[in-house]
Design a protein around this ligand. Structure first.
Ligand SMILES: Cc1cc2nc3c(=O)[nH]c(=O)nc-3n(C[C@H](O)[C@H](O)[C@H](O)COP(=O)(O)OP(=O)(O)OC[C@H]3O[C@@H](n4cnc5c(N)ncnc54)[C@H](O)[C@@H]3O)c2cc1C
Length: 314
């Protein structure tokens, strides 16, 4: 979302996108397994985010829909409410995918950048297979630690006493052949080890199975970072079934570890700055970690950096 925001705002420039993944969206991810669909990274966009441009883009291209669901603000304390959320028209990844399709960029997917070099003020990028030459600017929009590793020869990181940080999250996707009668569709604090749960049928109305995503808490994930997937899945399943009294047989279960899931300490909160740059203003680092933990923060971070690039290029 940060990279797309930059590309959207800098369309007058000749931009090329490189992504190690096979598709745009990063952590805004929709996964299809057989007949099951899961938004297993970002779940929804909050209705009260304050990034106006993102709302304009979503409405201009008709990318989102607002739905209202029964939501547990704190499941363990039995605090419930009706909550409005914004979801994608076809899963959350349809939002970045459609933005990408609409701005028509030169792009290289499945292209992990492993090195950046500078000669005579001109930057080059290296993937595992190729060299890409002649860039005036390089804007790196990936999790902080990874961007630090990639740019350490061109930016002096010893100047940073405090650094932004992330929480990791194990997510578990699970599905039942028959629909369970669970009225609460999403919520926080399902269990001391499960910080969030959300039903997927509210997003994908063609789903015939009952599909759910559980986020293990960051504390649990940190303490069990290398847990065997089967052990994690069995544990999450047993909590879920016990909590909702489910006796039906599970038809699908899979987990994923997000090492850099959500920003814990943002760069702006420790520095009051909105990006990191090399001294010569050629290389920039941005990402959700600059401002916060949501996809609207990612868009906002990209938009803020784009204003500066526009000034630099005049
Ligand atoms: C489990 C989970 C739940 C979440 N829930 C929500 C939610 O409900 N609502 C919300 O608003 N936000 C949520 N978020 C946060 C939201 O997904 C992120 O804030 C946002 O997507 C970050 O966008 P980004 O562009 O900064 O980074 P990313 O999405 O991480 O994008 C980085 C991109 O860079 C690519 N990349 C990385 N390294 C390289 C490399 N070396 N070379 C080339 N490409 C590279 C990646 O493939 C990726 O496409 C959640 C995140 C997770 C993981």
């Amino acid at each position: 979302m940060t990279g797309l925001s930059l590309a959207y705002n800098l369309q007058e420039h000749n931009i090329t996108i490189f992504d190690k993944s096979w598709r745009p969206g990063g952590r805004v991810s929709t996964r299809k397994h057989d007949n099951y669909l899961f938004d297993h990274g970002a779940h929804y966009l909050s209705t009260n985010h304050s990034v106006n441009q993102l709302s304009e883009v979503i409405s201009r291209y008709n990318l989102g829909q607002e739905i209202e669901i029964d939501f547990a603000t704190d499941y363990l304390k039995n605090i419930k409410t009706r909550k409005k959320i914004i979801i994608g028209q076809n899963g959350i990844n349809s939002i970045p995918k459609s933005i990408f399709d609409n701005i028509k960029l030169k792009s290289f997917f499945n292209s992990k950048i492993i090195k950046i070099s500078k000669k005579n003020n001109i930057l080059s990028l290296f993937s595992e297979k190729e060299e890409f030459k002649n860039f005036d600017y390089v804007l790196i929009c990936i999790p902080y630690l990874q961007s630090k590793e990639l740019s350490k020869d061109l930016i002096d990181f010893t100047q940073f006493i405090n650094e932004p940080s992330y929480d990791p999250i194990h997510t578990v996707m699970l599905s039942y052949k028959d629909i369970n009668n669970i009225s609460i569709k999403a919520g926080l604090n399902l269990h001391k080890d499960i910080s969030f749960f959300i039903n997927q049928n509210i997003k994908f109305n063609k789903l015939s199975h009952d599909c759910w995503v559980l986020n293990m808490s960051s504390e649990y994930t940190n303490n069990n970072i290398d847990i065997h997937k089967t052990e994690l899945e069995k544990y999450a399943q047993s909590i879920f079934e016990k909590t909702f009294g489910i006796r039906k047989e599970i038809s699908f279960i899979k987990s994923h570890r997000w090492l850099y899931a959500q920003t814990r300490v943002s760069y702006n909160s420790i520095s009051k700055k909105n990006w990191i740059n090399s001294k010569d203003n050629k290389l920039f680092l941005s990402g959700d970690w600059v401002l916060g933990k949501s996809l609207s923060d990612a868009w906002d971070a990209g938009q803020k950096l784009s204003h500066y690039i526009k000034i630099l290029s005049v």
